[in-house]
Design a protein around this ligand. Structure first.
Ligand code: NAD
Length: 471
């Protein structure tokens, strides 16, 4: 099928305009995504509003539908994963993992029991109880780097808590989300889950819609700030999961050969297009050369290829704009005196590929170190003093993740606790526990996704205070 339609009010709706979606490995068109008109965005929100009351009042129906959604996603894992690989570029085995994670998330919420209402007083005169209430219509807006799991991490808890939802994937990777809508069309009552598509203007119209009570957004800091400002008029609730510029610190007692593989994947998984990938690597001076050598050796033998080629370890960047940004950052680093140890160019093939690149000779003040590259290029910076390394790691407006690499776990933990980051690892980077609240400090976000704190974002509290007769 080449035309993918919108899910609005339980029906698949065509659009007046379709956007072509390209395979970043071949630059060939792979399908057409319906672009929601303003009237269709409004219709989706209206449908979600109309579906809200009965849905909010039926927790059993919510659990059953989420369990059924998990089963449907699981049955269609291959088809969804192939579409992710084709539109996003990632090797299929990683995309299969993403879809398995989405099914597990739906299942987790199908079986999830929220904390019981807290009773503050219950005697002859009074009952005072804290209840959770859903917010109403939630708008969920996602980026292109991990398109399905990032949407499902919003859809599952929001629907479980009794909200209804309008979801919008990125314009670069809309097809897998529209396929998800097609597959889940009859799983939820009409209007409970709506999936629309389009660019930032569609997202903005949705996010500002007066009936939307909560916006849950994953994407760039720039868009997050814009949404934050735009929500003020209506005092909408917001969850913002934004960009990162994660530092990893390799201490003087680490074993370069033993950690090279994990460091490599921490930086280069999904070709570096991960919010909490390693984006700056600080290495103790005594290990600087061996760490660079080990990373260069690993990067140089990486198999790049189409997501559907079983030999591929890394795919292309997902779009031309991201490739152009990575190229510009490397050119700027070179202008600042960078040494390019491996990579630093596009391979000679079609598609938005860029060779895994290891760079040194630059530090703070160069965009590749100060900003989020979101691509397969890693700057490596030497340090001699751990306090100075911590200071450099924290000298950033971002604070998503950070890691420490050492053979002394107690020392690793002590350093990790000093890092300004919502996720702090020792001897790993990227692993997220399914029960963990994922969120960033500073510009990396507001609020959490996952865990109790993440679930809480989809409810408000009501204190029910009942005077008993004769009191
Ligand atoms: P982006 O901000 O450009 O777009 C994200 C989504 O917002 C897209 O669906 C887009 O259409 C929509 N959008 C754009 N402008 C909008 C507006 N004015 N109003 C409403 N919606 C709008 O981000 P991107 O380039 O797609 O994603 C990459 C960024 O996402 C990186 O910075 C990455 O670090 C971040 N990210 C963060 C996390 C996290 O959990 N913290 C996870 C993945 C990606």
């Amino acid at each position: 099928m080449s035309h993918y339609n919108l899910l609005i009010d339980g029906t698949l709706q065509p659009a007046e305009q379709y956007d072509e979606v390209f395979d970043p490995a071949t630059e060939q068109s792979i399908g057409h995504s319906a672009r929601a008109s303003r009237a269709q965005i409004d219709a989706a929100v209206d449908a979600a509003q109309a579906a809200f009351e009965p849905w909010a009042q039926d927790p059993d129906a919510r659990r059953q539908a989420l369990a059924q959604a998990a089963a449907v996603v699981r049955e269609n894992t291959q088809a969804i994963a192939e579409l992710i690989s084709r539109e996003q570029g990632r090797p299929l085995h990683f995309a299969l993992g993403e879809v398995a994670g989405a099914a597990a998330t739906l299942e987790h919420y199908a079986n999830f029991t929220p904390p019981a209402p807290q009773v503050l007083r219950d005697d002859a005169q009074r009952l005072v109880r804290i209840e959770r209430r859903p917010l109403g219509v939630v708008a969920a807006i996602a980026p292109w780097n991990v398109p399905i799991i990032l949407l499902v991490l919003k859809i599952a808890p929001a629907l479980h808590a009794g909200n209804t939802l309008v979801a919008k994937p990125s314009e670069y990777t809309p097809l897998s989300a529209l396929l998800l809508g097609q597959l889940l069309k009859d799983v939820f009552p009409a209007g409970v889950l709506n999936i629309i598509a389009g660019d930032g203007q569609v997202g903005e119209h949705l996010a500002r819609h007066p009936q939307v009570r909560h916006v849950t957004f994953t994407g760039s800091v720039a868009t997050g700030k814009r949404l934050y400002a735009g929500s003020a008029d209506d005092l909408k609730r917001l969850t913002l999961e934004l960009g990162g510029n994660d530092a990893a610190l390799v201490l003087d007692d680490a074993d370069p050969k033993a950690i090279a593989e994990s460091l490599f994947w921490g930086a280069f998984w999904n070709s570096g297009q991960v919010c909490f990938a390693i984006k700056r690597l600080y290495v103790h001076q005594s290990l600087f050369a061996p760490v660079i050598d080990a990373l260069v050796e690993r990067a140089a033998r990486t198999r790049l290829g189409s997501g559907l080629d079983p030999q591929s370890e890394l795919g292309p960047l997902t779009n031309q704009a991201q490739l152009d940004r990575v190229k510009a950052l490397v050119a700027d680093a070179r202008a600042h005196g960078a040494v390019v140890h491996t990579g630093g160019e596009q391979p000679d093939r079609p598609g938005y590929f860029y060779l895994p690149t290891i760079i040194s000779g630059i530090g703070a003040g160069t965009a590749l170190v100060d900003e989020e590259q979101f691509g397969p290029v890693l700057p490596v910076i030497a340090f001699t003093d751990i306090d100075d390394a911590v200071r450099q790691a924290n000298a950033s407006p971002y604070g998503l993740g950070a890691s420490v690499w050492t053979s002394d776990l107690a020392r690793g933990e002590a350093v990790a606790r000093r890092l300004d980051a919502g996720l702090a690892w020792v001897n790993q980077h990227l692993d997220i526990h399914p029960g963990a609240p994922k969120g960033g400090v500073k510009w990396s976000g507001i609020g959490y996704e996952g865990g109790e704190r993440g679930y809480d974002a989809f409810s408000e509290l009501q204190v029910l205070n009942i005077a008993r007769p004769g009191a």
